[in-house]
Design a protein around this ligand. Structure first.
Ligand SMILES: Cc1ncc(COP(=O)(O)O)c(C=O)c1O
Length: 382
C-alpha cells in the first residue's frame, strides 16, 4: 500500500540532496570549526559559507544569524534574551494566544520571574488585529512576539503591519517564522528577531537559526565557549548547518512555483472535504499557508480519524487530546472560538513537496467513508 505523508507542518523528510551535502561532515570533514588545523578550518569554511548563503536568502548580514538547535531554542533565546537584556527599560511583553508552546511557555516562565505578559486574542479565523497590538503597547513594553503563520490552522498573520507599529513605538518585534521560512516570502524590513527551523524545510532536525538585527540588545541563554558571537555557546552542528543551507538553496528557486502548486492542491482538497456533511475549515479562507488545510468534523474525535487514516495509508494530525499527550483540546482551536467537542474533532492535512494530485484524490476517496463509519460508532450523537 502506498503511504501518503500529509503532516508536513510537523516535520518534512530530509531531501536526498541535503543528505548528500551533509554526509562528508560526519566522517571526512569532521573538524571543530574552533580548531586552527586544516580539518578544523575546513569546517569553519563550511560554517561561513552556509551562513553566507542563508543570510543572502533572508536579505540580512551574516553576523545577524545565530545558529541554534531549532525553532524552540530560537524562540527561547529571543524571549528570554530580550527580557533579561532590557528589563531596565520595562518588563512587559505582548504575544498572542495562538503562538506555539515554544513561545507561550517561555512567556509563562518569564511571568514567574517578574515579567508581565499580554496574550492577545484572535478573531474566528485566527488573525491578530494590529490595532490590538497598538493598544496593548505600554511605556514598559519591551517586546512583541507574533508568529508569521500558525502551525495548526495555517493563518498568516499581518506581521508587516504589526512590525511597523512596533517600530513606531520603539519596541522590539520578534516573529516565529518556523512555518513560513522558505515556503512564503518574508519581508524582514521591520523585524528585529526571527526564528527558523530546518526540519520544516526538508532539512535535518536539531538545527535552526535566530536572526537578531544589528544593534538589538540581547543576552545569551547558553553560556560557554562563546561560539556564534557569544550568543550561543556550544560546538556548532556543522553537518546540520550545511544541510540547512542546502535546504535553503533548494527552496529558494522554487518558492513561487511551489506556493502556486500547493495552493491549487490545498484548495482542491478543501473543496472536496467540505462536501462531507457537518464539517468546516478552520483558519483563514485565503490568508493561509499554501499547504495547510485544517477541518473540524462534528460528532467524531480527531484522534480516531488520524488512526483510521493511518490504517488507510495516510499520515495526518489532529490538535485534540491524544496526539498532544494532554486532555486539553488545542489552545489554538479554543482561541478561535471552538467548543471542546468541536476542537476534539479536528484534522490537519499539511501538504508538501512530494504530494500530488493523485494523493489528494486518494484522501478525498477514503475520508468520507471513514468519517461516516466513525459517526455510526460515535457516542457523541448523530
Ligand atoms: C510555529 C512553530 N514554532 C516552533 C516550533 C518548534 O520548532 P523545533 O521543532 O525546531 O524546535 C514549531 C514546530 O512544530 C512550530 O511549528
Amino acid at each position: 500500500m502506498k503511504y501518503i505523508y500529509m503532516d508536513h507542518a510537523a516535520t518534512t523528510p530530509v531531501d536526498p540532496k541535503v543528505m548528500a551535502a551533509m554526509t562528508e561532515f560526519f566522517d571526512k570533514k569532521y573538524g571543530n570549526p574552533g580548531s586552527i588545523h586544516k580539518i578544523g578550518q575546513e569546517a569553519k569554511t563550511a560554517l561561513n559559507d552556509s551562513r553566507n548563503k542563508i543570510a543572502k536568502f533572508l536579505g540580512v548580514k551574516e553576523n545577524e544569524i545565530i545558529f541554534t538547535s531549532g525553532g524552540t531554542e530560537s524562540d527561547n533565546i529571543a524571549l528570554k534574551g530580550i527580557a533579561f537584556a532590557n528589563n531596565d527599560k520595562g518588563k512587559h511583553i505582548i504575544t498572542s494566544k495562538i503562538e506555539h508552546h515554544a513561545v507561550l511557555h517561555p512567556c509563562e516562565w518569564l511571568e514567574k520571574h517578574g515579567f508581565s505578559v499580554t496574550y492577545l486574542s484572535v478573531d474566528k479565523h485566527g488573525l491578530v488585529n494590529p490595532k490590538d497590538v497598538d493598544n496593548a503597547i505600554r511605556k514598559d513594553t519591551i517586546l512583541v512576539s507574533i508568529m508569521h503563520a500558525n502551525n495548526e490552522i495555517g493563518t498568516i498573520e499581518p506581521i508587516e503591519e504589526i512590525s511597523k507599529i512596533c517600530k513606531r513605538h520603539g519596541v522590539y518585534f520578534h516573529t516565529d517564522a518556523v512555518q513560513t521560512f522558505g515556503h512564503i516570502p518574508i519581508d524582514i524590513k521591520n523585524i528585529d528577531l526571527l526564528s527558523v527551523s530546518a526540519h520544516k524545510l526538508y532539512g535535518p532536525k536539531g538545527v535552526g537559526l535566530l536572526f537578531v538585527r544589528d544593534g538589538v540588545k540581547i543576552e545569551p541563554v547558553l553560556h560557554g565557549g562563546g561560539q556564534e558571537n557569544g550568543m550561543r555557546s556550544g560546538t556548532e552542528n556543522i553537518a546540520g548547518i550545511v544541510g540547512f543551507a542546502k535546504a535553503v538553496e533548494l527552496a529558494k528557486d522554487n518558492i513561487k512555483s511551489e506556493m502556486k502548486r500547493l495552493t491549487a492542491l490545498r484548495d482542491k482538497l478543501i473543496r472536496g472535504v467540505l462536501q462531507i456533511p457537518d464539517c468546516w475549515l478552520n483558519g483563514h479562507p485565503e490568508k493561509r499557508l499554501p499547504g495547510n488545510a485544517n477541518f473540524s468534523f462534528k460528532y467524531i474525535e480527531g484522534e480516531s480519524l488520524v488512526l483510521y487514516l493511518d490504517m488507510n495509508g495516510i499520515a495526518a494530525s489532529t490538535g485534540s487530546a491524544c496526539s498532544t499527550k494532554s486532555l486539553k483540546p488545542s489552545h489554538v482551536l479554543s482561541a478561535i472560538g471552538l467548543s471542546h467537542e468541536e476542537a476534539h474533532g479536528s484534522l490537519r492535512l499539511a501538504l508538501g513537496r512530494h504530494n500530488t494530485d493523485e494523493d489528494v484524490d486518494y484522501v478525498l476517496k477514503v475520508l468520507p467513508g471513514i468519517v461516516s463509519n466513525l459517526r455510526k460508532m460515535s457516542p457523541l450523537g448523530k
